[in-house]
Design a protein around this ligand. Structure first.
Ligand SMILES: Nc1ncnc2c1ncn2[C@@H]1O[C@H](COP(=O)(O)OP(=O)(O)OP(=O)(O)O)[C@@H](O)[C@H]1O
Length: 357
């Protein structure tokens, strides 16, 4: 792996529990990783540890074949020695320097002519070739963030770290910029790790996504696997819209099936037996539930949220179970109405029943 974290822990002085607890993950050269998780789960601390801004209390970090942090020996290269580039939420451009001067900031070591070439190349890369003499206050938020990216990429860092790089931008712009940034990183072959609160952004930009809670990494996986094969209940509920419903696993000659209030679901490969009794909870995502007038299973609409092309309906089955459903928005039903639903689950995800509260 190009970047490898092995069981890293970080403990802030005076804090009761570690901010990072035995976290391991790896990125291959040129891959983009994203970290998701609720506020305070340790995402920024993880970036800071990789950057060399926090010392490890356990574990080790290697970058491009070089050990850069190791708790056991106290080895700790500083940020500059790691050649890590950083982009933060608030651009952090120098206000009294032009865009070109900002980008040139990290290039002192290079001869003048080379600096100039690199700055031009970077401005073109981020699509701001004409903005070299502008000051940050003469640029929009999105343009400032592109300059911040150009500045971070100019010294050709071994790794780019980004902490909520798009969060101060409006929704439209952040979606566009997220796509652009992915294209730029891929074009330059840059390995990057970024923190976001926005799952869709992580899905759109990253090759690997980590979901954290309480300083631990619950899962580090490709976006598809994270969504369809969540490793823990927390990941299952944190990523996407879904609910758990009780199920009973049955195994016979034809394979394994799960009986649910919505009928029988079958998928032998992805339906591990949760425990000997066969009792389990089945994850039902909003896109697993299909509105079908002909279905014998009926559900009452409890709440609905308009999302443009679809509604997110919260539904109650006759058995009292709650499920969510994405339904095309031309099916505009009233709250309280009963509609037909059926489950169409390609990836049956089961967990052992939750311990009684
Ligand atoms: N300098 C510090 N000293 C003591 N505790 C800290 C320090 N920085 C962070 N913490 C604590 O460490 C934990 C992890 O914080 P961190 O900033 O890494 O979380 P985060 O996931 O990035 O949160 P957010 O999404 O809100 O930015 C939190 O409980 C936080 O209060």
């Amino acid at each position: 792996m190009y970047l490898q974290l092995d069981q890293i822990s970080v403990q802030y002085s005076g804090a009761g529990r570690p901010a990072l607890n035995r976290v391991s993950l790896g990125l291959r050269r040129g891959q983009i990783g994203a970290l998701l998780g609720p506020s305070g789960c340790g995402k920024t601390t993880l970036l800071r540890a990789v950057a060399g801004l926090e010392r490890l209390h356990g574990g080790r970090i290697t970058l491009d074949g070089r050990l850069v942090s190791e708790a056991a020996t106290g080895l700790h290269l500083d940020a500059r020695e790691r050649r890590v580039g950083m982009v933060f939420q608030d651009y952090a451009l120098f206000p009294h320097m032009t865009a070109a001067q900002n980008i040139a900031f990290g290039l002192h070591g290079l001869p003048r002519a080379e600096q100039r070439d690199r700055v031009t190349q970077m401005l073109d890369l981020v699509g701001l070739g004409g903005a070299s003499r502008r000051y940050p206050h003469q640029l929009s938020g999105g343009q400032q963030q592109r300059i911040a990216l150009a500045r971070a990429l100019a010294p050709q860092p071994s790794l780019l770290l980004m902490d909520e790089p798009f969060s101060s931008l409006d929704v439209d712009l952040r979606e566009r910029l997220a796509q652009e940034v992915r294209a730029i990183l891929k074009q330059t072959g840059t390995t990057a790790l970024f923190v976001t609160h926005d799952q869709l952004e992580a899905f759109a930009v990253a090759d690997e996504i980590g979901v954290m809670q309480h300083g631990q990494l619950d899962q580090w996986d490709e976006p598809y696997a994270l969504y369809h094969r969540p490793a823990t209940r927390f990941v299952a509920t944190f990523v996407g819209h879904g609910v758990f419903t009780p199920g009973q696993v049955r195994v016979d000659a034809s394979g394994s099936r799960v009986l649910t209030p919505l009928g029988e679901l079958a998928d032998p490969q992805e339906c591990p037996l949760p425990d000997a009794s066969g009792r389990c909870e089945v994850l039902l995502r909003a896109d697993d539930i299909v509105h079908d007038d002909d279905s014998p299973v009926k559900a009452r609409i409890q709440a609905k949220a308009f999302r443009g092309s679809e509604f997110l309906y919260t539904l109650e089955l006759a058995s009292g179970e709650q499920v969510l459903a994405h339904v095309p928005s031309h099916h505009d039903h009233a709250i309280g109405e009963w509609i037909g639903v059926r489950a169409q689950v390609d990836h049956v995800v089961t967990f052992p029943p939750a311990p009684a509260a």
